[in-house]
Design a protein around this ligand. Structure first.
Ligand code: PLP
Length: 358
């Protein structure tokens, strides 16, 4: 299948093949990794290996800890204010799509919040610029952004900076798609099911300084420090998802790390955007040019009938997951790291042929 699913999404073929080999007998243990104790040295090796690989791929400084959590990125929407939004503080949110709205909604239930920037009025076609974002006079606990907007197909290309104020980013749909400077963020989190592996594990990269702000009395499981102190083994972790994450990270290293991955992603995305720009009277990208995502390419066709026949014909030809989210309509091609360049080439050829038939 030409898999363009938005998430869970395609995994690299060599990762699936390796997992298949290991399924019955992991490294001569006579068991699969799913059947082993999470306290076994074999599993701990997998977990520590994944942590180390993530650290080296993203160049994570010693000032930050890496933890593997459950509850998806959605639980982070609540854990962030529970841990870091003090009683007399305010959480500042930038709204760039549905996921940032959801993050804000959870924070509003737990403390004071403010919206310091939003592109809602243009149906989230763009990312605000630094000049458009102003912190309020109050004690700001953190600024929260969504680095890539899965539904609208927009992405931050220049991260904002607010001096000493902690920057938190939901990177669920673009973590590992490019090089970023982790030291600029106090917390990065991502559900795994796009660029990191199957669903079930959530990665959080948290600055150690932040941990001292966690209020006493917070439920143990919802406290980041619990997971830091216990090397993500406070309770039974999603062992299979962490194992799959370790394979994906090895695959990323084999591709040449994030420099190579970034180049490949730029190539894939520009192929699709160039096609749309070429047939601009027919395929209209949802995102403004300077906010276009490398990961989710969203576009509309001139009318409902042609969208329906495009999607129907695409499905017949083996293209999966091209239907756009209902809030944007049209189509969305999610081209995460595991989507091969050939899959993007096939889509471009299909789009050209469909256009010419009209
Ligand atoms: N944030 C972003 C940017 C997403 O794309 C998604 C899911 O697709 C989520 C959050 C929610 O993640 P989860 O399903 O892991 O809670």
């Amino acid at each position: 299948a030409y898999n363009f699913n938005a998430g869970p999404s395609a995994l690299p073929l060599p990762v699936l093949q390796k997992a298949q080999q290991d399924m019955i007998d992991y490294k001569g243990t006579g068991m699969s990794i799913m059947e082993m104790s999470h306290r076994s040295s074999t599993f701990e090796e997998v977990l520590n290996g994944a942590k180390e690989d993530l650290r080296s791929l993203m160049n994570i400084p010693d000032t930050h800890e890496v933890v593997f959590l459950q509850g998806g990125a959605s639980l982070q929407f609540s854990m962030i204010p529970m841990n870091f939004l003090g009683t007399n503080q305010i959480g500042a949110y930038v709204l760039t799509g549905s996921w940032s709205e959801k993050a804000l909604k959870e924070a509003q239930k737990l403390g004071q919040t403010t919206v310091i920037g939003s592109s809602k009025e243009n149906n989230y076609r763009s990312i605000p610029t630094q000049n458009e974002l102003h912190l309020p006079q109050q004690d700001v606990a953190y600024v929260h952004i969504t680095s890539n907007n899965t539904i609208y197909g927009t992405q931050w290309h220049h991260f904002p900076s607010f001096g000493e104020t902690d920057l938190i980013a939901d990177m669920s749909s673009d973590i590992l798609c490019r090089n970023i400077d982790v030291s600029k963020f106090s917390l990065i989190y991502a559900g795994a099911q796009k660029n990191l592996g199957p669903s079930g594990v959530t990665v959080a990269i948290v600055k150690k300084d932040l941990l001292s702000r966690i209020p006493a009395g917070l439920s143990t499981i919802l406290n980041y420090e619990t997971h830091v102190k216990n090397n993500s083994l406070y309770h039974t972790p999603p062992t299979f998802s962490i194992y799959m994450l370790s394979l994906v990270l090895e695959w990323v290293k084999e591709q040449g790390g994030l420099d190579a991955i970034e180049k490949q992603n730029e190539k894939k995305a520009s192929m699709l955007y160039e096609c749309m720009d070429m047939y601009g009277d027919f395929y209209t990208p949802h995102a403004d040019k300077d906010s276009r995502s490398l990961m989710n390419v969203t576009f509309t066709l001139p009318d409902k009938d042609r969208t329906t026949s495009f999607l129907q014909l695409a499905e017949e030809k083996g293209f999966v997951g091209l239907s756009g989210h209902r809030s944007v309509g049209g189509c969305r091609a999610s081209i995460y790291n595991a989507v091969p360049i050939e899959t993007c080439e096939a889509l471009v050829s299909f789009m050209e042929a469909f256009y010419k038939e009209q």
